[in-house]
Ligand binder design. Structure first.
Ligand code: SF4
Length: 344
């Protein structure tokens, strides 16, 4: 997903240095509740973003009310999109947040066009719509209502328990359009989670969110990604994770290996070198300078995932909210407790 077609069609000579490429720039603001964070408020020209045809995304349209993400996941593959805004894909992505303050009004206009075909719209593809900033800007209720009123099906992928606030609205929307809720949760170890995704809510908070969505009568899929080679790919972890997800009421789960797109790769490998220096050589060998783990590893992992999905009752097809990993299918189940391929 890229920023083009949303607000980069022209330069605003009034904008601050570094933001000159954002048309409709309004102001930059800081607030004590968000220490170290700068919000850059913009009036966007378009809200619906067409996904490029060559993208592997399983949807054609997105809405991203924000850019950058307070959840600060070291592996986030949206990081590089911040470079289009003359920010860096590391710390700036985590702390310089673009907010489209008029996104609801613009979206309503676009949805009212006779040419709009009510295709599926995905939220949470480039920035988490329920990060803490949503508590300040409160854009999602208007977006949900606009989509539902126009008869447009939509999905939301989030790590943010703030979504609970909008459950009554989402349940009402689901009576008129298809609504898919996805929660992203890949780690049960709160210490590891805090180091890999320092801005995210705890695993417990996200399990509680899954339970709340299920209790509201909505299906809730889980994106249990990324699985980190040699850190979270063990049978014990996958078994416990899938069991906890099932117990919390998840209806589907998707899992796959870490994907290291440029922008995310540099940032993640810096983190790995700091926290697990003994693994850096193995990761470099596994990824070979590319974005994907070696096929042999992905097939091995897919076999473990298939086994634990079946064990915990996730028998249907895996749901995909925004995976960009190549689909290598469920893979062979493999012998019980087989370790990762020794090649790596
Ligand atoms: S929550 Fe999603 S968008 Fe935000 S940093 Fe993490 S992976 Fe990126």
């Amino acid at each position: 997903m890229r920023w083009e077609g949303q607000t980069l069609e022209s330069e605003d000579p009034q904008a601050l240095p570094g933001l000159s490429r954002i048309a409709g720039f309004i102001r930059s603001t800081r607030t004590p509740e968000f220490s170290g964070i700068t919000f850059h408020e913009v009036a966007c020209r378009s809200a619906l973003n067409r996904v490029p045809a060559q993208s592997a995304m399983p949807f054609d349209w997105t809405v991203n009310p924000t850019r950058g993400c307070l959840h600060q996941c070291t592996y986030c593959f949206a990081r590089r999109t911040h470079e289009y805004l003359d920010f860096d894909s590391g710390r700036d992505f985590d702390t310089q947040i673009i907010v489209k303050t008029n996104v609801v009004q613009v979206l309503r206009k676009e949805l009212a066009r006779p040419s709009w075909r009510r295709e599926h719209v995905a939220l949470g593809t480039n920035s988490d719509p329920y990060m803490r900033a949503e508590g300040r800007y409160r854009l999602m209720p208007g977006i949900i209502t606009a989509l539902a009123d126009s008869g447009t099906p939509f999905s939301i992928l989030t790590k943010g328990p703030l979504l609970k606030r909008d459950l009554p609205l989402l349940a009402a929307a689901a009576r008129s359009v298809q609504v898919s809720i996805g929660v992203s949760l890949a780690f049960l170890d709160a210490d590891l989670q805090q180091r890999v995704e320092p801005g995210t809510p705890t695993p417990k908070a996200r399990l509680d969110l899954i339970r709340a969505v299920a209790d509201a009568g909505l299906d809730v899929g889980v994106m249990a990604m990324p699985v980190l080679p040699w850190l979270t790919d063990g049978d014990d972890h996958l078994d416990e994770l899938f069991g906890r997800l099932a117990a919390a009421g998840a209806t589907a789960v998707t899992a796959g290996a870490l994907h290291l797109r440029p922008g995310a790769r540099e940032w993640f490998l810096q983190w790995l070198a700091r926290d697990y220096p003994q693994l850096t050589g193995r990761y470099r060998q596994l990824y070979g300078g590319g974005s994907y783990a070696a096929k042999e590893y992905r097939q091995w992992l897919a076999g473990r995932v298939a086994r634990f999905r079946t064990r915990h009752g996730f028998a249907g097809p895996a749901r995909s909210f925004r995976s960009t990993a190549p689909d290598i299918g469920p893979g062979p189940a493999g012998p019980q407790d087989s370790p990762a391929p020794t090649l790596f």
